[in-house]
Design a protein around this ligand. Structure first.
Ligand SMILES: NC(=O)c1ccc[n+]([C@@H]2O[C@H](COP(=O)([O-])OP(=O)(O)OC[C@H]3O[C@@H](n4cnc5c(N)ncnc54)[C@H](O)[C@@H]3O)[C@@H](O)[C@H]2O)c1
Length: 254
């Protein structure tokens, strides 16, 4: 799909990887709507990119229908949706103190990552399906965010791995579901990236966490997620897969 003249919704777009994607999309002539928490930098981001800001919480599933509807109305349609809102917890299935993992924490991580992503997808798909298809029959592209922890979660990442694994697993099925209407679905699985989520990690900690990278042995930059997301939007053959963007890293158990 061509970015110039296209419209994109960026959920988590006030910061990090999603913001970097919105920046390229806007620079290439796309129109952007930033969806993020009220307390985020969404208003400033939208202003800088000539777009609109729509405060939201992805865990408010019903509320998201309204917010996405408003964003689509402000844009005049939607061709691209990138969603990075998410996060995890660091708790073992059974702690060293013998305490079992609280079920409510596990549920919350699933809700925030998996259920919320699917909710965004199903609502956005309903809007995208109304687009006039381009000459290839394409109506839109949706990208979710997993993590390499979907495939090799570290000790303490059991809820996060389950949630991100769910996002990866639903990608092909959703792409098949939506193929009939010309909507492509992809997932990006990053390794450790230098974003708002990881800003508390000291340099020594980052070096430890990236020691298993093949090359380059460092954290990813938000722009390195963004160029992949933009390539996915532009390349009609990209569909139904989870792409690792990870410098060849495979997480060790800890
Ligand atoms: N940074 C990493 O190392 C890394 C690695 C693998 C996967 N991820 C995934 O990437 C995503 C985080 O993106 P980032 O690293 O660019 O972080 P980030 O903190 O810079 O950006 C995430 C944005 O999402 C927003 N957000 C969080 N919860 C939200 C909610 N409930 N409703 C609406 N918006 C919400 C935040 O306000 C923030 O602006 C998460 O899904 C995370 O699991 C990050």
């Amino acid at each position: 799909m061509q970015i110039s003249g296209s419209k994109g919704i960026f959920v988590g777009g006030a910061s990090g990887m999603c913001r970097a994607t919105a920046e390229i999309f806007a620079a290439k002539g796309g129109k952007v709507a930033i969806l993020d928490l009220e307390k985020s930098d969404g208003a400033n981001t939208a202003k800088a990119l000539g777009g609109t800001f729509h405060p939201c919480n992805v865990m408010d599933y019903e509320g998201m229908e309204k917010v996405i509807g408003e964003a689509v109305a402000a844009l005049g349609g939607v061709h691209f949706c990138v969603n990075t809102a998410g996060g995890g917890a660091a708790i073992r299935t059974l702690g060293k103190d013998g305490q079992k993992h609280p079920l409510d924490v596990f549920q919350r991580v699933i809700d925030l990552n998996l259920i919320a992503s699917f909710n965004v997808n199903r609502v956005v798909a309903e809007h995208m399906a109304k687009n006039e298809p381009n000459e290839e029959g394409e109506r839109g592209v949706m990208i979710n965010t997993a993590s390499i922890a979907a495939f090799e979660g570290q000790i303490g990442q059991v809820a996060y791995s389950a949630a991100k694994g769910g996002i990866a697993a639903m990608t092909l099925t959703m792409a098949r579901d939506l193929g009939a209407v010309g909507i492509r679905v992809m997932t990006i699985a990053p390794s450790l990236f230098d974003t708002g989520l990881t800003k508390g990690i000291p340099d020594a900690g980052a070096a430890q966490l990236t020691k298993d990278c093949a090359f380059p042995r460092r954290m990813g930059k938000p722009n390195e997620f963004a160029v992949m997301a933009i390539a996915i939007f532009e390349c009609a053959m990209m569909n139904g897969s989870t792409l690792r963007v990870d410098a060849g890293q495979r997480f060790a158990p800890r």
